[in-house]
Design a protein around this ligand. Structure first.
Ligand code: DI6
Ligand code: FE
Length: 402
């Protein structure tokens, strides 16, 4: 088995039992094949593992490669015009009600072929890869017909064939009501969302099921129908919940033992308690908060007090978060939501893995995948401190230098 020894590095292992960031000051990592087999202080490398040529990392910082656990990055077109309208005073909800917003991206995405969609999505993927993002969650939700939803998921799967990245898919047909089903949301569930889920699952295209629970999208009762179907198919659930108002979506996710509830600006203390009891991950999306100039903060202090794990993601999408930098999301989470730099890094590594139900990544430890980032910085707080600067030195994906 090919073996690699990395030495002379500061390790942010993110192992909770090793203290802040799981730091190891003068550390080394041994990789065999695509996995970490040993990590710790450089002076303690077991003799039988250390007898190979080492790569000297020059005292740089090594972290787990980053994980973007909430994106909508497969879509066509853009919404720069809507951006202009919003700057002239129109609200996101107004634009959505007038047929703009999500629905305009749907028209463009339906019109695109699989090849075109892939070509348009790759630059966004590559922007994330340049920051050593090793795992990306990608949602459907801009097709809103069975065929177009599956097309998006096939493109998402294809991305992991042609780039060094792991893709986790979410089926988000319950994202918006397409115009052809106006005032017939339950009919849309019957004709598209539920049967599409069954086909997508059969074709191996769906890792989890998502929804948008909001006045401008789907009600709690409708989301519950989606979740019941997911449960019957053995698929985990997650939800866009409490982004613009409080409809008790997070508590529904908790009731279904779901992976995560995402956004959560309007979550109340009952919702926090439900998430805490179910160990649902709170995925915070500061890019959408920033773009919509939200004033209502997610209840970060309550998450901390009740032990709700916090993750951070880009929400990369053309409407509310046209962002393709996870480092920037970390900076925004710190500055806008008052997360500590350590919480932002936990949120894009260990807790992001958890939000995706992955147990083999997000931490540097024996048995975990060797998805690592080598940064030209001296301390992990520098990763969320800078704005729009990428200090990546080297990306290691599944044990291979990229
Ligand atoms: N919440 C969001 O912030 C995005 N989707 C969602 O459910 C917005 C999607 C868009 O505006 O295109
Ligand atoms: Fe989203």
């Amino acid at each position: 088995m090919p073996r690699t020894l990395l030495r002379n590095a500061i390790l942010a292992t993110m192992q909770p039992e090793r203290g802040p960031y799981g730091l190891v000051a003068s550390g080394a990592v041994v990789i065999e094949d695509s996995s970490v087999v040993w990590c710790g202080a450089g002076g303690e490398i077991p003799a039988e593992l250390g007898r190979i040529e080492a790569t000297d990392l020059g005292g740089r910082l090594v972290t787990p490669a980053l994980i973007d656990c909430h994106t909508h990055l497969v879509y066509s077109g853009n919404r720069a015009r809507e951006f202009e309208l919003r700057l002239q005073g129109a609200s996101y909800e107004q634009i959505a009600r007038e047929g703009g917003g999500i629905v305009s991206t749907v028209s463009a995405t339906r019109a695109a072929s699989e090849r075109e969609l892939l070509a348009m999505s790759l630059p966004r993927v590559d922007a994330l890869l340049a920051e050593a993002v090793s795992t990306i969650e990608i949602k459907s939700g801009y097709g809103l017909t069975i065929e177009d939803e599956l097309k998006i998921l096939r493109v998402a799967r294809r991305i992991s064939d042609i780039r060094p990245v792991r893709v986790v898919t979410s089926y988000l047909a319950a994202h918006a009501l397409p115009p052809e089903f106006k005032d017939r949301a339950d009919r849309y569930l019957d004709d598209v969302v539920l049967p599409g889920m069954e086909i997508g699952q059969r074709e191996g295209l769906i890792d989890a099921v998502d929804g948008f629970c909001e006045r401008i999208a789907f009600s709690l009762q409708q989301i519950e129908r989606v979740f019941a179907k997911a449960k019957a198919l053995g698929l985990p659930v997650k939800l866009h919940a409490e982004q613009l108002s409080n409809l008790n979506g997070a508590a529904l996710v908790a009731r279904y033992g779901g992976l995560s509830a995402d956004h959560l600006e309007y979550l109340d203390s009952d919702g926090v308690a439900a998430m805490s009891a179910a160990k649902t991950v709170a995925v915070l999306l500061p890019g959408a908060f920033y773009t919509l100039r939200e004033k209502q903060m997610p209840p970060v202090e309550q998450f901390r007090a009740s032990g709700v794990p916090i993750a951070v993601a880009t929400d990369s999408n053309p409407g509310t978060s046209p962002m393709t930098s996870l480092l920037l999301a970390m900076n925004m989470a710190a500055t806008l939501f008052r997360l500590t730099p350590e919480e932002t890094l936990i949120g894009t590594t260990r807790n992001a893995a958890r939000a995706l139900g992955l147990r083999d990544t997000g931490v540097i430890a024996p048995g975990y995948r060797a998805d690592l980032a080598v940064w030209d910085v001296a301390h992990p707080a520098e990763l969320s401190y800078r704005i729009g600067f990428n200090p990546l030195h080297q990306h290691i994906f599944a044990g291979a230098f990229q």
